[in-house]
Design a protein around this ligand. Structure first.
Ligand SMILES: [Zn+2]
Ligand SMILES: [Zn+2]
Length: 258
C-alpha cells in the first residue's frame, strides 16, 4: 500500500539523493535530515512518531518550507502558466497586449494530505500582458483565482493528472469568488468573466435574461415588457409574429370579457 507520510516522502527523497549523488543511503539521510533542521536522521524518526505536527517534518518530506510553496516548484509553475494561458485564450485574443505573465501571486490556502499524497494550493494573482502603446487602450490584466492539486514523483512536484488545475470564477467588480455567475457572450458561449450576485444587482454593465436567467453584457440584452431584459436567443419568445400576436390579444380580450 502506498504511503505518503512526511517520513515516507523523506525516505524516498534520501534514496533518490543517494543515487544521484552516489552516496551511501545513510549518508544521504543524515545530510538531508540536517538540512531540514534535525540533528540527525534518528531525531527525525523520533519526532515523526512523537510530534507529527512539527513543521520541520513537513519541510523534510515535501522538500519545500510549506505546502503553499509547491506552487513555485518548476514543473508545477510551468504547467500552471500554460493552463491559465489556455483558460484565458479567448479573452487575451481581444486585448492588444502580448507576453502575458503571472504576477502578484498570493497563496490563499494550502495543505498536504499524508493519506493521498496530494498537495493542494489555492491562490490568486494577475495575468498581465505587455501593452502595445500604438493601439487603443484595452484591458490587459486579468485577475486569476485557481486551485491546483499536485503530487510528488521522482522527487519532483507536478500537477496531478486528475483535476490538477481548476480556475475559479472571480467577480469582475469586487473580486470575490462567492456566488459568481459566468458572463455569456452574445451567442450564449461562456466567457472568462464572472460577476457575483451582489454586484449584479446594481451593475451598469451586466444583466440577466428574464427567461434563461443567464448573465450577459447589457449590450447583448434587449428590453421586454415589464421592464425586464431578454437575451438574443429568447427575445423572440416575447415578440411573436403578427398572426400569433393577434391570437394572443384575442385571448386577452376574451379573458377580460369573463
Ligand atoms: Zn462582486
Ligand atoms: Zn435567455
Amino acid at each position: 500500500m502506498p504511503n505518503y507520510t512526511y517520513l515516507d516522502l523523506f525516505k524516498r527523497r534520501a534514496k533518490l539523493f543517494s543515487q544521484t549523488k552516489n552516496l551511501k543511503l545513510s549518508v544521504a539521510q543524515e545530510q538531508l535530515a540536517r538540512e531540514s533542521g534535525f540533528t540527525d536522521f534518528h531525531e527525525l524518526q523520533t519526532v515523526s512518531k512523537r510530534s507529527p505536527g512539527d513543521p520541520r517534518l513537513a519541510k523534510a518530506g515535501l522538500g519545500v518550507t510549506e505546502p503553499g510553496d509547491i506552487l513555485y516548484e518548476q514543473k508545477v509553475y510551468a504547467a500552471v502558466e500554460q493552463e491559465i494561458e489556455e483558460a484565458l485564450a479567448g479573452e487575451i485574443a481581444e486585448t492588444n497586449a502580448s507576453n502575458f505573465t503571472l504576477e502578484n501571486l498570493e497563496v490563499l490556502e494550502s495543505n498536504y494530505c499524508q493519506r493521498s499524497g496530494v498537495g493542494t494550493v489555492r491562490f490568486s494573482g494577475d495575468y498581465i500582458g505587455e501593452q502595445d502603446s500604438d493601439r487603443i487602450y484595452h484591458d490587459h490584466s486579468f485577475p486569476v483565482h485557481a486551485e491546483i492539486r499536485a503530487r510528488k514523483s521522482n522527487d519532483q512536484w507536478a500537477l496531478s493528472d486528475d483535476e490538477g488545475f481548476e480556475i475559479q470564477g472571480i467577480c469582475v467588480d469586487c473580486e470575490t469568488v462567492m456566488n459568481v455567475s459566468t458572463v455569456l457572450d452574445d451567442s450564449g458561449e461562456p466567457t472568462a468573466r464572472h460577476i457575483c450576485d451582489r454586484c449584479l444587482e446594481h451593475s451598469e454593465s451586466y444583466g440577466t435574461c428574464a427567461l434563461c436567467s443567464e448573465v450577459f453584457e447589457l449590450k447583448d440584452l434587449k428590453p421586454i415588457p415589464g421592464g425586464q431584459l431578454a437575451c438574443s436567443e429568447h427575445i423572440d419568445d416575447f415578440y411573436l409574429d403578427p398572426e400569433e400576436e393577434e391570437g394572443w390579444e384575442g385571448n386577452i380580450e376574451r379573458g377580460n370579457d369573463l
